[in-house]
Structure formats: C-alpha cells, structure tokens
Design a protein around this ligand. Structure first.
Ligand SMILES: Cc1ncc(COP(=O)(O)O)c(C=O)c1O
Length: 313
C-alpha cells in the first residue's frame, strides 16, 4: 500500500496539553514558552503498543537526567508523565503501535534569559500511531551514512530539543545521497548518527563508542549491551562462533577504523536495528547486511514482541 494511503488509514494523533486530550493538530504551545524562544526543553520518544510502553523505566531514568541537565525540576514533570500516559493510553487500541513524544519545558515567562521568577515547568505529550511494521527490527537492504564533523552543541548526552544541528546534518546527508548523518568529533572519533547510536563489527568483535564522548546514552544501545552477551551465548550461533569472549566493547574508534569494519549498524527506539551497508559512498564490508547485524536485529525483534505483544496488521 502506498505510504500516503497507509497514513490516511491511521487514527489521528492525539496530544495531552494542560491535562486535556485534544487532536494533536489543535495542540498549541504559548509563544513565550521557554522551549520556543530558548530551546529550553528535554524530550523522550517512547514506543507503545496498545497501552503498553516499551522500556518505560529506562526512558524515565534518562528523562530525569536530561531534565536535570537542562535545569528543569524533574519533580514538577515526572508525575505529569503518568497522568498524560493514563489519559492518552485510554484511547489506545490493542496491538496498534504508536510513538509517544514527551516534551518538557521550562514553562512560560517574559522573554528574558533568566526571568525574575522561575516559571512553572510544563509537559506536552503527543501519541501518534505508526503503520504496522514501521519499527520492525528487520535490517532490510541496509542504509547509507555520510560522515561529518559534529557541529552540535557539546551536551548531546542530554536528550534536549537543541536539534537544529541534527536536522542540518540529516539534510546534508540526504543531499549527498545518504540516508543518515554520522557525527565524528574533532579528533576523528566516531560518535553517533543524527538520531541513532552506532555499532561496528570487526574481526568478530562488536564495538560501540563510549558514553564519555559527546553522544546520547541510547536505550536501545543499553539493551544491546546488556542482553546481547547472554543471547549470543544462548544462541551459540554461527555469527557468534568466531567472536571473542568480550561481547560488546565500549571503546572509541576512528572513522578510518569504521571504514575497515566488517559490519556497521545503528540502534534506536524508533527503528530498532538498522544495518549500514554504505559509508561515504563506499560499501561497508561485503556491502550486504551482515550476520551479526541480522542476529541482533532478530533478537531485538523478539525482545520487543515479548514486552509489547504482537502487532495488529
Ligand atoms: C542523537 C541520538 N542518538 C541515539 C539515539 C537512540 O536512542 P534510543 O535508543 O534511546 O532511541 C537517539 C534517539 O532519538 C538520538 O536522537
């Protein structure tokens, strides 16, 4: 089915604003909200199926950390998250997958960098259904990356709305014929893609850059680090057979090293595991989706299914 027709069949997105559920297209943020004028906001993107939310606790731990990083009191926001999810979840349909966007802001105040009195922090939430299979952890044909210098702000460890750099990077990548932008720091260390973490397989060993660099602690990244070692042992698979005993190494590596990788893949909540088959126009490894990417994608699919149940098609 054409994507337009498919989108037309989806229920309209809902929003939660000031305690009320409204159609997302009618939801409004005041002009003097600090997220509008200063980008003072932290956010999360959750995956839901029916009322169930995937890895809710991990997302909330990161949300709290981002709120603190931005300077918004988590105690003013976190209780609102539960109210919003309960109100929006009441409209959810069993087996239907949605992306839930949480946007916490410093609140509304006259436009001054530091207003005389702290405004009340606010939370806005949208609940948007996505077509079946959209988040499937199937690597497909693989995606392509265009590498570029990291020109985002230096606190990418917090999930904030300072995303203009990411938007521009993705635009540059698309103009170069690539799917995603890959950020590299001034010393040539690989960081992450514009909205995914990155992993590389070399000589049977799986690597991902450490969180001490300017990158986001991805929830999917953490799930792979935690579960893949156990899974790999349990599967005793061919892909794992040649691997060493250290399943995933958090270690910085250069863009040159990435060019020599046997496999590269990306991880995120919204797309699970995406294999990368091209980097700056050259094939990665064989240029095909590799066995380790395939296995990890399959494992993440099972994990998602176990947590959320099957998707209604
Ligand atoms: C810059 C960046 N890195 C990594 C990720 C992946 O994080 P997660 O797995 O928690 O979705 C995201 C997700 O939006 C992101 O924006």
């Amino acid at each position: 089915m054409a994507m337009k027709e498919e989108a037309a069949r989806l229920p309209p997105a809902l929003a939660w604003v000031n305690g009320l559920v409204v159609p997302a297209e009618e939801a409004k943020i005041p002009l003097e909200d600090r997220s509008v004028v200063f980008g003072e906001a932290a956010y999360e993107v959750l995956l839901a199926r029916g009322k169930r939310v995937y890895e809710f606790e991990r997302h909330m731990v990161r949300f709290e950390r981002s709120l603190q990083g931005v300077g918004i009191d988590p105690a003013a926001i976190l209780p609102l998250v539960n109210s919003a999810l309960a109100a929006l979840g009441a409209h959810a349909v069993e087996g239907v997958t949605a992306l839930v966007y949480l946007h916490a802001t410093g609140g509304v105040a006259p436009r001054e960098h530091l207003p005389a009195r702290d405004p009340k922090p606010a939370l806005y939430v949208t609940w948007r259904t996505v077509p079946p299979g959209r988040v499937a952890a199937i690597p497909g044909d693989g995606v392509s990356l265009a590498s570029m210098q990291d020109f985002r702000w230096q606190r990418a460890t917090y999930k904030t709305t300072q995303l203009l750099g990411s938007v521009q990077a993705k635009r540059t990548a698309r103009a170069a014929g690539a799917t995603e932008a890959l950020f590299v720091d001034a010393d040539g260390h690989v960081l992450e893609a514009s909205s995914q973490n990155v992993f590389m397989v070399r000589d049977g060993q799986l690597f991902t850059p450490p969180l001490s660099l300017n990158l986001l602690p991805g929830v999917t990244r953490a799930l792979i680090l935690e579960h893949w070692p156990v899974q790999r042992a349990a599967r005793g698979s061919e892909a794992a057979a040649g691997a060493s005993s250290r399943p995933v190494i958090e270690q910085s590596f250069s863009i040159q090293a990435l060019r020599q990788a046997d496999e590269v893949f990306l991880s995120s909540t919204t797309r699970a595991v995406l294999a990368v088959t091209q980097l700056d126009g050259a094939p990665v490894g064989s240029g095909q989706v590799g066995p380790v990417s395939r296995e990890i994608a399959a494992f993440m699919n099972e994990h998602l299914l176990a947590a959320l149940g099957p998707e209604r098609v």
